[in-house]
Design a protein around this ligand. Structure first.
Ligand SMILES: Cc1cc2nc3c(=O)[nH]c(=O)nc-3n(C[C@H](O)[C@H](O)[C@H](O)COP(=O)(O)OP(=O)(O)OC[C@H]3O[C@@H](n4cnc5c(N)ncnc54)[C@H](O)[C@@H]3O)c2cc1C
Length: 352
C-alpha cells in the first residue's frame, strides 16, 4: 500500500471495527462510515432496569472460534461458559408435559463475553488509534473518479478516498448502494443471493430479581415446537448477581405487537417454570428486519447461501473497492468469528 492512502470503511459492526483496529495497529488511519446512530451492527447489548447486560444480538461462541478468542485475550476481555446445569426442557406439543433432559458437561462449551458482547465493540472503538467514526452516515453511492472513489451519503455529504472497504451484508450492498461504473455483472448477480445470517431473527430477553429457576434445579434452557419461545437460555451475568433469560421467538411473533409478544412469552414460561416466571423486572425484544440489516425479500433457499463466495474475495474498481464483513468470510461466515477472519484477511491484503 502507498503511504498516506485514505481508506474508508463502510459499516461500524464487528468486522468494520476490527479492521479499523488492526490497521491502526499498523499505523494506518481509516474512517468508518456507519449508517445508524450506534456502533455494533448485529451486536447489541442493552442494559436492563437492574443494569443486567442483555443481548439482543450476537451472544455465543465456542473454542472453535479461535480468532475471536485471541482478539478477546488481546483486548483483556473475559469469556465465561453459558450456564447449563440442571434440568433443561423440550416442549414438543403444547398439550403434553415437556420432556426433561440434562445437557452433559461439554468439552466444547458455548461462551459469552463478560459485561456483554457490546464490550468487544466498545473496546475496539476505544483502542483504535484514530477516532474517525461517523455515525448517522448512510452510504448511498460509490463512484470511481480517476484514481479516487467518491462516496456519497444519504444526506448529500461526500467523502473521497483511495480505497473503500464495504463491511455491510452483501444483500444490502445490492439493494442500497449504487456504483459507477456499474460492478461486474457476475458480482451483481451474486450479491442479492448472499444470505445475511440471522436477518429476520427475533431475539427476546427477560430480566429477573432472582434466579428462581436455578434455585429449583432448572438450567433455564428450553427448546420448544409448541410456543412462541423456540429456544431460551439462562442469561445471568458474569458476576452471577444479575439474572435473566435470552432466546428466540418463532417467526409468527412478528404479527403481534411487543406487549402481546411479552404476554405470550410469559404465559409459556409460567406454564413451564411456575408463577415466579410471570414477574420479570423487564422484557425486551428485537425483530432484526430493520433497514441496516435487511432490505426487501431476498430469495434464500438455504442457510449461509453463497456466504464466502469467491467473487466476494476479489477487488473491484481497479483495486479501490474490497468486500469485508462476516458474510464474505471463507470460514465461519455469518458468525462473529467470520467477521474477524474477514477483517484479518483484508488487513493482510492492505499491508502487503
Ligand atoms: C439476533 C442475532 C443473534 C446472533 N447470534 C450470534 C451468536 O450467538 N454468535 C455469533 O457468532 N454470531 C451471532 N450473530 C451474528 C453476528 O452478530 C454477526 O456475525 C456479526 O455481528 C456481523 O458483523 P459484521 O460487521 O460483519 O456485520 P454487521 O454487524 O451487520 O455490521 C454492518 C454495519 O453496517 C451498517 N450499515 C448498513 N448499511 C449501511 C450503509 N448503507 N452505510 C453505512 N453503514 C451501513 C450497519 O448499521 C452495521 O452497523 C447473531 C446475529 C443476530 C442478528
Amino acid at each position: 500500500m502507498k503511504t498516506n492512502e485514505k481508506i474508508i470503511i463502510v459499516g461500524g459492526g464487528l468486522s468494520g471495527l476490527t479492521l479499523a483496529y488492526l490497521l491502526s495497529k499498523k499505523n494506518i488511519e481509516t474512517t468508518i462510515l456507519e449508517a445508524s446512530d450506534r456502533l455494533g451492527g448485529r451486536i447489541q447489548t442493552i442494559k436492563g432496569i437492574s443494569d443486567t447486560p442483555l443481548e439482543l444480538g450476537a451472544t455465543w461462541f465456542s473454542d472453535f472460534h479461535s480468532n475471536l478468542i485471541s482478539l478477546l485475550e488481546e483486548l483483556n476481555l473475559k469469556k465465561y461458559p453459558q450456564y447449563s446445569r440442571g434440568k433443561s426442557l423440550f416442549q414438543t406439543k403444547s398439550f403434553e408435559p415437556p420432556q426433561e433432559f440434562y445437557v452433559p458437561e461439554s468439552q466444547n462449551p458455548s461462551y459469552r463475553i463478560a459485561n456483554g458482547t457490546q464490550a468487544l465493540i466498545d473496546t475496539l472503538a476505544k483502542k483504535t488509534l484514530f477516532e474517525n467514526i461517523l455515525l448517522n452516515t448512510e452510504v448511498k453511492s460509490i463512484n470511481e473518479i480517476a484514481d479516487k472513489v467518491v462516496i456519497a451519503i444519504a444526506d448529500g455529504r461526500e467523502y473521497k478516498a483511495d480505497k473503500v472497504i464495504i463491511t455491510i451484508p452483501p444483500q444490502l450492498v445490492a439493494s442500497k448502494i449504487k456504483f459507477s461504473p456499474i460492478l461486474d455483472n457476475s458480482l451483481v448477480e451474486v450479491l442479492p443471493t448472499v444470505q445475511t445470517w440471522m436477518a429476520g431473527a427475533i431475539k427476546f430477553t427477560l430480566e429477573y430479581s432472582e434466579p428462581f429457576w436455578r434455585n429449583e434445579g432448572y438450567s433455564g434452557m428450553l427448546y420448544s415446537h409448541a410456543g412462541i419461545v423456540t429456544e431460551m437460555y439462562d442469561h445471568t451475568n458474569f458476576e452471577e448477581d444479575k439474572y435473566g433469560f435470552t432466546g428466540f421467538l418463532n417467526g409468527g411473533a412478528t404479527s403481534y405487537n411487543q406487549e402481546v409478544r411479552k404476554e405470550f412469552v410469559l404465559r409459556q414460561l409460567g406454564e413451564l417454570l411456575g408463577i415466579k416466571a410471570l414477574n420479570p423486572i423487564a422484557y425486551f425484544d428485537k425483530i432484526w428486519t430493520d433497514k441496516f440489516v435487511l432490505s426487501g425479500n431476498p430469495i434464500i433457499h438455504r442457510p449461509h447461501q453463497n456466504n464466502g463466495h469467491p467473487l466476494l474475495q476479489k477487488e473491484y474498481l481497479n483495486g479501490k473497492l474490497l468486500f469485508c464483513g462476516t458474510e464474505t468470510a471463507s470460514e465461519y461466515a455469518g458468525y462473529m468469528e467470520g467477521a474477524i477472519i474477514a477483517a484479518k484477511k483484508i488487513t493482510n491484503k492492505i499491508i502487503n
